[in-house]
Design a protein around this ligand. Structure first.
Ligand SMILES: NC(=O)c1ccc[n+]([C@@H]2O[C@H](COP(=O)([O-])OP(=O)(O)OC[C@H]3O[C@@H](n4cnc5c(N)ncnc54)[C@H](OP(=O)(O)O)[C@@H]3O)[C@@H](O)[C@H]2O)c1
Length: 234
């Protein structure tokens, strides 16, 4: 059984990851901002399986406090899954500066903060896996998603460097770049999915891939995986 830190655990991909991995017997350190949704995960999975932390990953202080508390109590997690993310679909000329900050702070800086706080413990132990949930928006430009693309390209550049720095230390870094997944991120009012919703990927497909990755022997590195429904192309 593994200990797995999941950011953005309360909805969409992160919630599906938490439910499946807890059900398999792993222990999940679940990070997100919404207390009642964290509590509901604990109720569903059991307090011995889901340990909740009310954290905004864009806050250095909150990230430092939560990751220190996890590592003091339980040691560095076996697996870190950087999944928390926000998006907005609006042309760049109309993008609010506040929203640019929010997207970069959560998606990019949040990933860097959490990873920076966890990596030394993994290095000291000589093992670990880091899985970044990036996006196809980290592989090409997508109109309406300039700040989101910038944050996800940033994540991918970060991950490429990190994977090289950590390889010799026994830590494997994988970045997944998915296309459309059926989650609450696609708000029908504010951010409707532009394709055929019937063909969009299910969060469980990302969960199955991550489950496969963390069960693989350590002799092979899966560096970057790009996946999307067949009604999209990236
Ligand atoms: N859905 C897609 O089509 C798609 C495609 C490609 C990539 N992705 C990526 O997949 C990841 C998961 O997305 P999703 O579709 O599952 O989105 P979602 O359903 O909107 O869930 C996002 C999660 O991130 C958390 N979160 C947001 N801001 C946060 C913050 N400041 N601090 C901590 N947690 C925060 C949310 O929890 P709280 O609100 O409780 O904090 C929620 O649990 C994201 O990185 C996204 O960019 C999604």
């Amino acid at each position: 059984m593994k200990s797995i830190l999941v950011t953005g655990a309360t909805r969409g991909v992160g919630e599906a990851l938490t439910l499946k991995f807890a059900q398999k017997g792993h222990v999940i350190y679940a990070l997100a901002r919404t207390r009642n949704q964290l509590n509901s995960l604990v109720e569903k999975c059991g307090a011995d399986k889901v340990i909740p932390f009310e954290v905004d990953v864009s806050s250095k202080e909150q990230v430092e406090e939560a990751t220190a508390s996890i590592q003091r109590e339980y040691g560095a997690p076996d697996v870190l899954i950087n999944n928390a993310g926000v998006v907005e679909n609006v042309s760049f000329a109309e993008q609010e500066l506040e929203m640019i900050d929010r997207i970069v702070d959560v998606n990019l800086k949040g990933t860097l903060y959490v990873t920076r706080c966890i990596v030394p413990g993994m290095i000291a132990r000589g093992s670990g896996r880091i899985i970044n949930v990036s996006s196809v928006a980290g592989t090409r430009g997508i109109p309406g998603q300039a700040a989101y693309c910038a944050s996800k390209f940033g994540m991918n550049g970060f991950a490429d460097t990190l994977a090289q720095e950590l390889l010799a230390k026994g830590i494997l870094v994988t970045t997944i770049c998915p296309g459309g997944i059926d989650t609450p991120l696609w708000d029908p009012e504010k951010n409707p999915y532009p394709g055929d919703k019937a063909r969009i990927m299910k969060p469980e497909e990302i969960v199955d891939l991550i489950e496969y990755l963390i069960d693989q022997p350590e002799g092979t590195l899966y560096k970057k995986i790009v996946m999307f429904p067949t009604n999209e192309w990236h």
